[in-house]
Design a protein around this ligand. Structure first.
Ligand SMILES: Cc1cc2nc3c(=O)[nH]c(=O)nc-3n(C[C@H](O)[C@H](O)[C@H](O)COP(=O)(O)OP(=O)(O)OC[C@H]3O[C@@H](n4cnc5c(N)ncnc54)[C@H](O)[C@@H]3O)c2cc1C
Length: 436
């Protein structure tokens, strides 16, 4: 199968060369209008003279990315979705194909073997994958938006040279922050790191870690100096083969069953100095920054899921099922619900694309990412639940995918910050804006 992103590279390069959307230095942002924005723009960037376009408008490369990933997902993943869900495991061939298609190194520069595309392209890929299978989508999402980004943003040149080519072509990544004692209160983590002669030793347990079965690259947050409390948190890279690393338990879950979620133990795991990610004691800042971006990925996963659930049901009610002598989708009671659901999906997509574009433009996107994740997961839950009802008994049985979308939707309100945590972030930003 030819690689999607390799085919798109010349276009991506041309787009970067010809359309330079950001102009440093010449800020023309009208100060009196700033209060309308939820977040304050960075002063060294100016996007004020770019003609406004619809928020979901895609560049030629991005549009081709959407079409190609959609085709790949339908041809290569869809036939396996039910089987992988029932088996509660990811088909390794699917993971290989994600690498082959260049979908595991979307933002990794070409010099490191990646696809050299923009953040929005990664978001588009995550959305299109989730339209078909949210489990495959989250595998690519955690890998691209958390792991690859961590190395790109904070890795030394040595780490980049060592890991980016592997992350782009054959090594799945995993992001280990949560622990039995620390979920929403992530920085209460108890995993400890100590310095050794040659590097560091890690002891502790991580919980609910996505991709842990498939991954060989783990970003692990541990406290190097608990007396500093959360400011002692430091990020490390650990390989699965390191002595003392073990997967203690694979969780059985309500949804995204094909995505692996495990408890990982670290018993005197010794790693070399070079496996320090960035600087000591900066781990909490890295985690915050990465999760802010990652949230846009989860929001894209949830809009993709909502679209997939909607389309699956729309096909049924407008083509297949007749009652009282007519297609069930022709009853006004059904039509209004479908129309309302469509509006909500499009509103969620607008929030997702706006957050992605703001991140790319170098603007503050933290509140936008929180709004996108909160709303997209709400819409995914609501629409996938309604879709089950629109399909009646056929929506409830495991023959089709309606019930799976519904089960898969629940995770959107939990990982990478629960819905309450997103609301807290939004409220904090609002309070800052409105406090006199
Ligand atoms: C399938 C799955 C995959 C995951 N993947 C990863 C991964 O790859 N890496 C990783 O590090 N973690 C991962 N997680 C962990 C995930 O990020 C946490 O589950 C999440 O942060 C919530 O933490 P918790 O489960 O401990 O819930 P808790 O923090 O115990 O929250 C329980 C409830 O209390 C509410 N609550 C807590 N604090 C507050 C507050 N201050 N204000 C209001 N309400 C509050 C929450 O909103 C929630 O409703 C995953 C989890 C799951 C289920």
């Amino acid at each position: 199968m030819a690689s999607i992103t390799k085919a798109l590279r010349p276009l991506a390069r041309a787009a970067t060369a010809s359309s330079r959307p950001l102009r440093p230095k010449f800020s023309r942002t009208a100060p009196q209008l700033r209060w309308l924005s939820a977040s304050v723009p960075r002063r060294d960037m100016d996007i004020s003279d770019i003609p406004p376009t619809p928020i979901t408008h895609l560049s030629e490369t991005e549009a081709l990315m959407a079409d190609s990933v959609s085709k790949f997902a339908h041809d290569a993943i869809l036939p396996k979705v039910r089987e992988m869900d029932e088996a509660e495991s990811m088909d390794p061939v699917v993971v290989e194909q994600l690498f082959e298609q260049g979908l595991m190194g979307v933002e990794i520069p070409e010099e490191y073997g990646g696809s050299g595309m923009n953040f929005t392209s990664a978001i588009i890929a995550i959305e299109e994958l989730a339209r078909v299978d949210p489990s495959v989508s989250v595998l690519a999402d955690v890998h691209n938006t958390l792991c690859n980004t961590a190395i790109l943003k904070y890795g030394s040149e040595k780490l980049k040279k060592e890991w980016l080519p592997r992350l782009a072509t054959n090594t799945v990544g995993s992001f280990c922050l949560s622990e039995p004692v620390s979920g929403s209160d992530a920085f209460a983590l108890a995993t400890k790191a100590t310095r050794t002669e040659n590097g560091y030793k890690i002891n502790g347990s991580k919980m609910w870690i996505t991709n842990s079965v498939e991954a060989n690259f783990f970003i692990v947050f541990a406290n190097l100096d608990p007396s500093k409390k959360y400011k002692g948190i430091t990020a490390f890279i650990v390989e699965k083969s390191t002595p003392g690393f073990s997967i203690a338990k694979k969780e059985k879950k309500l949804g995204i069953k094909a995505s692996s979620t495990c408890v990982i133990n670290f018993d005197d795991v010794e790693i070399p100095k070079d496996n320090l990610l960035g600087d000591e004691f900066e781990g909490y800042k890295y985690a915050i920054g990465l999760l802010n971006e990652g949230r846009i990925g989860i929001a894209a996963q949830m809009t993709g899921l909502a679209l997939g659930a909607f389309e699956n049901a729309a096909g049924y009610v407008w083509n297949d099922r007749k009652q009282f002598g007519q297609l069930i989708g022709e009853f006004q009671g059904m039509q209004h619900q479908l129309a309302q659901a469509w509006v909500e999906i499009q509103a969620a997509r607008a929030l997702v694309y706006n957050a992605a574009r703001k991140k790319e433009a170098g603007e503050d996107f933290v509140m936008d990412a929180a709004m996108a994740k909160l709303y997209a997961s709400q819409v995914a839950g609501k629409v996938s639940g309604q879709a089950v009802e629109w399909m009646g008994g056929m929506g409830f049985v495991r023959e089709g995918l309606a019930e799976k979308y519904f089960r898969d939707s629940k995770i959107g309100a939990i990982y990478e910050g629960t819905s309450n945590i997103q609301l807290t972030t939004i409220a904090r930003h609002l309070q800052k804006t409105y406090t006199r």
